[in-house]
Design a binder for this molecule. Structure first.
Ligand SMILES: *Cc1c(COP(=O)(O)O)cnc(C)c1O
Length: 384
């Protein structure tokens, strides 16, 4: 058997909506489906403003621009994340400051956050790893105390909750990704959530997203011509892609439930090994969180056992993978001069986790094959 790590999930309606956008000749940004998608998210998640973007990366870049990030500024984030979190800050000439993460969720550890705050700190970017929310109450308290912006990197966390509220809606800004590797997809795509209800901020976001023009006001009939009013770039997704995404959003709960069933099945079958010496723990979801089941992982006690399991599974055709070379130890991180020894937990996590396939098209047969192979490896470890 050959089981890929990820398979983008599509149901029949995406094609129907793309055809419809095609027929409507809605190809560029802010067309019929872009509006449908942003209104859907606003209504369902109870958000005041959602702006669809070309990617999660671009949503982060827009947030960085909206807080006027500039040279000399610092932004606190984990190094256990994708490059985009740091790049959004670096592109503005500001400095990503990597903070410590928690041993159980691999999210920012609020207990150490204040150590990284200086006169130059302007924002915190919590990353909700695996679709499991960060300690947002503690992070928000610290942000308020020091008057910092909070930009949620919620790329993993669309349709996941913290204390009953949707992730992405808890900071000043939230950034979603609809990249093919995420739970809800448009191929490439993202969304910026503006939560602070600041009309000036929203107006500026619309300018920045649309090449520094007030085209939105023109379309809304508020001005008789549109022109250059601000800095900006081109962050509007094609309506064809938003038509695809609309098909996904119609299956919002269905997609989450299928993923949950896979998560539960792994958990039920592998839980018994978590008391054994080689396994540290299995993908936890702490209280007050509702996951969207973006990632399922096993956390091993050391790097050699993790690599052994990884290799054995790959030999059996199961594409298990590890996650994140921490940004501080990546070639770019080293070039920027980050100290690696400071991030003991991050280094340890990166060396010892193993992610397993989790997606709606994973069949029961494939799932059983994965579990059987893992159990074989574990049984052999117990005998040795
Ligand atoms: C995927 C991802 C992004 C970037 O999203 P794109 O839509 O691919 O640009 C940013 N941050 C994290 C944590 C991600 O996993």
């Amino acid at each position: 058997m050959k089981i890929p790590f990820n398979k983008p999930y599509l149901n029949s309606n995406e094609k129907k909506y793309i055809d419809d956008a095609y027929k409507k000749r809605q190809l560029s940004g802010d067309g019929y489906y872009t509006k449908k998608v942003s209104h859907f998210i606003e209504d369902k998640f109870n958000f005041s403003k959602v702006l669809m973007t070309t990617s999660g990366t671009h949503a982060l870049e827009m947030a960085a621009e909206l807080i006027n990030l500039k040279e000399g500024d610092e932004v606190i984030m984990p190094s256990f994340t994708f490059t985009s979190t740091a790049n959004a800050v670096l592109m503005k000439g500001a400095k990503p400051v990597f903070a410590k993460i928690k041993k159980n969720t691999f999210n920012l550890d609020p207990d150490y956050l204040e150590e990284y705050i200086t006169q130059n700190t302007k924002a915190i970017i919590p990353v909700h790893y695996a679709g499991v929310g960060c300690d947002m109450d503690e992070i928000s308290d610290i942000a308020n105390k020091y008057n910092l912006y909070v930009i949620e990197d919620a790329a993993h966390a669309f349709n996941a909750k913290y204390k009953g509220e949707y992730l992405g809606g808890l900071g000043d800004f939230g950034c979603y990704s609809f990249h093919s590797s995420k739970n809800y997809i448009s191929g490439e795509g993202g969304g910026l959530i503006i939560n602070n209800n600041n009309p000036k901020m929203i107006e500026r976001a619309e300018y920045i997203r649309d090449k520094g023009t007030n085209r939105k006001e023109f379309i809304d009939g508020k001005t008789d011509k549109y022109t250059w009013v601000d800095k900006g770039s081109s962050y509007l997704p094609s309506d064809l892609l938003m038509a695809l995404l609309y098909g996904q959003l119609e299956k919002l709960e269905e997609i989450k439930n299928i993923r949950k069933n896979i998560y539960d099945y792994y958990y039920k079958n592998l839980k018994k090994y978590s008391s054994e010496y080689f396994l540290d723990f299995i993908s936890p979801i702490p209280e007050n969180r509702e996951s969207n089941f973006h990632i399922f992982y096993l956390k091993f006690i050391n790097n050699s056992i993790r690599n052994m399991v990884l290799n054995k599974l790959q030999k059996q055709g199961i594409e298990a993978v590890f996650h994140y070379i921490p940004l501080h130890s990546s070639p770019m991180g080293q070039k920027l001069g980050y100290e690696t020894s400071e991030y003991k937990v991050t280094n340890e996590v990166a060396a010892t986790i193993l992610r397993l396939p989790i997606y709606p098209d994973l069949s029961k047969k494939e799932l059983d094959y994965i579990i059987k192979n893992i159990e074989n490896i574990f049984q052999n470890l117990l005998k040795s």
